[in-house]
Design a protein around this ligand. Structure first.
Ligand SMILES: [Zn+2]
Length: 764
């Protein structure tokens, strides 16, 4: 999969005579009669953009018109006559060749699959068919539009497409461009909703799929991800061969056929005993597939081969989160040490691969280096095994020295993608996690990091043939530039990422580019150094463990009022530099609304709620206000004292006990909206994110009447706080109990808290 770029320019390309010039008046797109559907799609894409560039209605025809300049699309008799032989080219390759008054753009296209129509259906599952069908003429079309017409495809729609108007498109005579991607595996998650886009869910998904096509992402997906599940062992053998399944600690076999809670990620169906004869079944299944037999023969009547087998590959990765089997044989293997799963799973994988070879079959085995079998095993690995390595991915490159240190440590443990490449003597492919999943699921926080996306893949390119990026986000706007840079590097690892970003800013924001560069740079820096924090690992074999800031730190300290003002300043500078209502101005407004806007709104709401001055204003504007005097009867589990208008209580160091402080009751009216607030100063211990996530910290709440039904609470207060307003809004129902009780509890905190100005007031 080498990169093949050859641009042969005519010696006299500077003179007009040495150019092929396409204008509105004399340009036509020529396809062969009844061309493959993939070529028809390429023609529609070319026409759509050419019309916009030239301000024309360029015709798509099936025969040459004398006197016209032709852009000939697809592989056909004309392209063959022009000396373009696509049959010998690698997948996804295309050729652009200028000859006399014709420009050829040729690639291999699907005959019966129209990528545009597939995308237009707006079904997320169609990512699969797009990731498995060639459409190289369209790739050539995009290259032509980028290189010769100055177009860019950052994301579909006017704001994300750069389409400069021109009187003519000039191609130097003698131009021959031949390109193929460096990475065959070029995949990203589609789970980043286009919040800014109007229209139905299907319309939005269709744009995501179109983006997939225009970014020139993968067309030959290599599946690896708990592939053994697709063979359906639970449904086939749970009743007849319970010994095939993992023996749980409680003595039961993991023979469930249906996951009782598929959302739980418990992966409780398909956990196998890997020392059992189930591997004979696995072997027979794989051999049967490679022999070309129908799925029914092994899987049962009416069943087809699953997604784990495709082409020459069979994915035999065990179920996610592999359970330890407690059977005698497995325990004996485990006793051999911490590498048990490496020996067991890789041993089984290699035996299978050798068997495939011994049977004279062409098949290849795909297996993932994933916890707990992520280590490079000592055994020889046959050359028909392809290894996918699960690794944290781009964000870990936020500190180059730290990253290299992590890679060295992994190599010392015989782990990591570089160790695997060395062992195999051939590249691996990656499953990475630059997404907001699990602990990183922080709404509205922009995961802008195109620079490290680019650098990571450039750095690791010598060891890999591509990657799937599990890059979910709550907004596509946070991801589009990450994906764009990934796709460019996947096609050309020597691309200058800095130049790519500078070009994006220049083409998208015009004179506002310098100021907008600061927005993107600042967001990336904050994301990598303040949000994705020290526990981000480079470890192989599972999702990385990031320690993100708690909500208070995130919204008060990271996306602080200072940072938000700085970002606003850049955006105002950018807007001032471009004409009002221009496309550039609208794109800057897009960044303001869709990238900076969500976190600004969230942080400002949070910051305003914390402001003592703003709370005093809110109280002054309230209809009626009930001050709860500090001398009200408080009940304290741990020593407290009244200091003027405040209550102070403290927990001794080393005493991370729960503390409670409760007032006497307050009167509440039915059907009324209230805000309860107080001013808190605190000097408490810091709590790690995982503890905050469990609900630890200081909790301030109001509960109703005797039943102690909780009306509302604020939680997760820890660390040092200057005097800040803390409170909450709530509404009473039509019937209420006799009154409410305030309480302040501390879970896992130690230190001093001072509370004053407790107040309850009606709000509109
Ligand atoms: Zn076992």
């Amino acid at each position: 999969m080498g990169l093949a770029v050859g641009v042969v320019l005519c010696a006299c390309c500077a003179c007009a005579a040495g150019e092929l010039v396409f204008t509105a008046a004399d340009t036509e797109i020529v396809v062969a009669p009844n061309p493959p559907l993939g070529t028809q799609f390429a023609a529609r894409e070319l026409k759509g953009f050419l019309d916009r560039v030239l301000g024309a209605n360029v015709k798509v025809v099936t025969a040459f018109t004398p006197g016209r300049k032709a852009i000939v699309l697809g592989t056909n008799a004309w392209s063959v006559a022009a000396g373009i032989d696509m049959a010998v080219k690698p997948r996804d390759a295309f050729v652009i060749k200028a000859a006399k008054d014709r420009l050829y753009i040729a690639g291999r296209d699907p005959v019966k699959l129209d990528p545009g129509k597939v995308a237009a259906r707006g079904r997320g599952t169609d990512q699969r068919s797009l990731a498995r069908s060639e459409r190289a003429t369209a790739f050539g079309v995009y290259e032509f539009l980028e290189r010769f017409a100055g177009c860019r495809f950052y994301f579909p729609g006017e704001l994300g497409e750069v389409v400069p108007k021109a009187a003519a498109i000039r191609v130097p005579e003698g131009t021959v461009i031949e390109r193929a991607p460096v990475f065959t595996q070029r995949s990203v998650s589609l789970n980043s909703p286009m919040k800014f886009q109007t229209g139905s869910a299907e319309e939005k998904m269709s744009l995501q799929l179109l983006n997939w096509i225009r970014l020139r992402l993968e067309t030959d997906h290599l599946q690896c991800g708990h592939g053994l599940n697709s063979f359906g062992y639970a449904s086939r053998f749970a009743d007849t061969h319970p010994e095939y399944f993992c023996l749980r600690r409680d003595g039961q076999r993991a023979t469930l056929k249906v996951d009782p809670n598929p959302q739980s990620q418990s992966h409780c169906v398909g956990q196998l005993c890997h020392t059992s004869d189930v591997w004979n079944e696995i072997t027979e299944d794989v051999l049967s597939y490679f022999r070309g037999e129908s799925g029914e023969r092994r899987l049962g009547k009416g069943r087809h081969w699953g997604k784990n087998v495709r082409g020459v590959h069979a994915d035999v990765m065990p179920q996610d989160g592999m359970w330890k089997c407690h059977c005698k044989n497995c325990l004996a293997v485990y006793d051999e040490g911490p590498d048990y799963a490496d020996t067991l799973i890789w041993g089984r994988t290699c035996s299978l691969a050798r068997r495939v070879k011994a049977e004279g079959l062409k098949g290849r085995i795909a297996q993932m280096a994933y916890r707990p079998y992520s280590k490079v095993p000592k055994m020889d690995i046959p050359d028909n095994v392809d290894v996918m390595v699960a690794t944290a991915g781009p964000w870990t490159l936020r500190d180059e020295a730290q990253y290299e240190k992590g890679m060295r440590e992994m190599a010392a443990r015989h782990q990591g993608l570089r160790s695997w490449k060395e062992k195999l003597g051939r590249p691996v492919w990656l499953w990475t996690y630059p997404g907001k999943v699990n602990a990183m699921n922080m709404p509205d926080v922009p995961q802008i990091a195109p620079r490290v996306w680019g650098r990571f893949y450039q750095k690791e390119a010598p060891y890999i043939f591509g990657a799937f990026n599990e890059a979910e986000s709550d907004s596509f706007a946070f991801n589009y530039l990450n994906f764009y840079v990934f796709s460019r590097v996947a096609w050309d690892v020597s691309v200058d990422v800095e130049a790519l970003l500078a070009e994006h800013h220049r083409l998208m924001y015009g004179q506002g580019a310098a100021a907008m560069a600061k927005v993107f740079d600042r967001l990336e820096e904050v994301w990598l150094h303040k949000v994705v924090r020290e526990n981000a690992t480079t470890s192989t074999g599972g999702e990385p463990a990031y320690e993100r800031p708690g909500p208070y730190d995130l919204l008060m300290k990271v996306y602080s009022s200072t940072l938000l003002a700085e970002l606003d300043g850049f955006i105002q500078d950018a807007l001032a530099a471009v004409p009002k209502d221009s496309l550039e101005a609208r794109r800057i407004a897009f960044v303001d609304a869709e990238i900076v806007g969500p976190i600004r709104k969230r942080a400002r709401t949070f910051q305003s709620a914390r402001s003592v001055e703003e709370e005093m204003r809110r109280r002054a504007a309230a209809k009626s206000c009930t001050d709860i005097p500090a001398t009200a009867k408080w009940w304290a589990r741990i020593g407290s004292r009244v200091e003027g208008d405040a209550v102070v209580f403290n927990v001794k160091p080393s005493m991370k006990a729960m503390l409670s402080l409760k007032t006497a009751k307050v009167e509440l009216k039915p059907n009324t909206r209230y805000r309860a607030s107080c001013f808190l100063s605190a000097d408490l211990n810091e709590l790690p994110f995982l503890q905050v996530k469990k609900g630890n910290g200081l909790v301030f709440e109001l509960s109703e009447g005797k039943s102690r039904k909780r009306l509302y609470r604020v939680s997760g207060i820890f660390g040092k706080h200057a005097r800040e307003a803390w409170g909450f809004d709530f509404a009473t129902e039509s019937t209420i109990e006799e009154g409410g009780y305030f309480a302040l509890h501390g879970y896992g905190v130690e230190g001093t808290v001072r509370l004053d100005g407790l107040c309850l007031y009606e709000v509109k």
